[in-house]
Design a protein around this ligand. Structure first.
Ligand code: FMN
Length: 337
């Protein structure tokens, strides 16, 4: 049977199937089910700095009101010493995951300020995380902000955190950069150990009855993998980073494609939310079958063999393919046939 081992962020993982950040890691039993189903590591749901700040504002208001309230009611209120913050709860969950599971636990941080990134990153390291994933959900909505400034923001946050944390750090990125490969190389130079391509952002929608703008979450489909596959294929061999894909990976075939272009791990989220942790076993078994049927001895043997550098037709990952693809539509499909 093929050897599924892979190296990711300096960790030796028993296979490339890693549940990505999601509510599934909030519950220890569910996380345990993921481990039992074959997950080789788990990325925790993110700690959001904005939520810490919001909680701290509420907390300040509450204790301020208590100060000016009725003395006899004071004993009913929690004292600041008894109060368990959102951050404490996150770190406690991380410690519980570490003590109940044998697989590596990757903590995830969504910070907004460099002080926040450093403080929470250090706390995650102290709490026992095996690695850190930085989920930078930044929308460049300011028309005055140039692409250089956007990139510098990431690079500054990363290099400041790097100087305070010795854990492996991976950056979960959006696909919306002018020159993703160049930017990723600069992330490597600033101290990143890996990248995860690409986060899916939840798009605002318009409710036509109320005319309100409403956030919309929908789960992915396998169609979304192709964007990730192209960019990992282009990146592979140009950087010395661990590579993860996230976004649309639902089947063993999706996972095989990610490995062929050079990914070290495939993150799974929507497929597990839809079908439950046991689906991971199904993907695992199908992946093993595929490797055996195609006479691969290991995942390592597969990795990067159809990246742009190694593909028979490397140009297919670039624009040249564009005209051919458009032409193929008129010649093969739809009403134009
Ligand atoms: C309900 C839900 C919660 C999520 N929470 C987080 C999170 O806390 N941090 C994060 O970095 N990504 C989060 N994600 C994004 C996923 O980790 C994943 O990157 C994304 O959904 C794409 O993968 P998929 O197509 O397999 O779902 C979440 C996704 C969903 C659907």
């Amino acid at each position: 049977m093929a050897d599924l081992k892979t190296n990711y962020l300096g960790l030796t993982l028993k296979n490339p199937l890693v549940p990505s950040a999601s509510p599934l890691s909030q519950d220890i039993d569910t996380a345990k089910q993921l481990e039992d189903a074959g997950a080789s590591a788990i990325v925790m749901h993110s700690l959001f700095e904005e939520r810490i700040e919001e909680e701290s504002r509420r907390h300040d208001r509450f204790f301020h009101q208590q100060d000016i309230g009725h003395a006899e009611a004071d004993s009913f209120h929690p004292t600041p010493m008894e109060y368990e913050s959102y951050q404490d709860r996150y770190l406690e969950k991380l410690q519980q995951l570490k003590s109940h599971l044998d697989i590596p636990i990757i903590a995830s941080l969504n910070g907004t300020s460099s002080d926040g990134w450093i403080e929470y990153g250090k706390a995650m390291q102290q709490a026992g995380a095996d690695a850190l994933e930085l989920n930078v959900y930044f929308i460049a909505a300011d028309i005055e902000m140039s692409s250089q400034e956007v990139e510098d923001r990431y690079l500054t946050l990363l290099s400041e955190l790097r100087s305070h944390v010795s854990l492996p750090i991976t950056m979960k990125l959006s696909s919306q950069f002018s020159s993703p490969l160049n930017f990723i190389r600069r992330l490597e130079q600033a101290g990143a150990n890996g990248v995860s391509l690409f986060n899916r952002f939840y798009q605002p929608d318009i409710d036509l009855e109320t005319l309100h703008v409403v956030p919309k979450i929908h789960l992915s489909t396998s169609d979304e993998t192709l964007l990730r596959i192209r960019w990992i294929a282009l990146l592979y061999g140009h950087v010395n980073l661990s590579l993860a894909v996230t976004g649309g990976f639902h089947t063993a075939e999706d996972v095989v494609k990610a490995l062929l272009v050079g990914a070290d791990v495939t993150h799974l989220c929507s497929v597990l939310l839809e079908n439950g942790p046991q689906q991971l076993t199904h993907i695992h078994n199908k992946l093993t079958d595929w490797l055996d049927e195609h006479e691969y001895e290991s995942v390592e043997q597969l990795k990067g063999s159809i990246s742009q550098q190694n593909a028979i037709n490397p140009i297919a990952y670039e624009r040249t393919n564009y005209i051919e693809v458009l032409d193929s539509y008129t010649s093969t499909s739809g009403v134009l046939r």
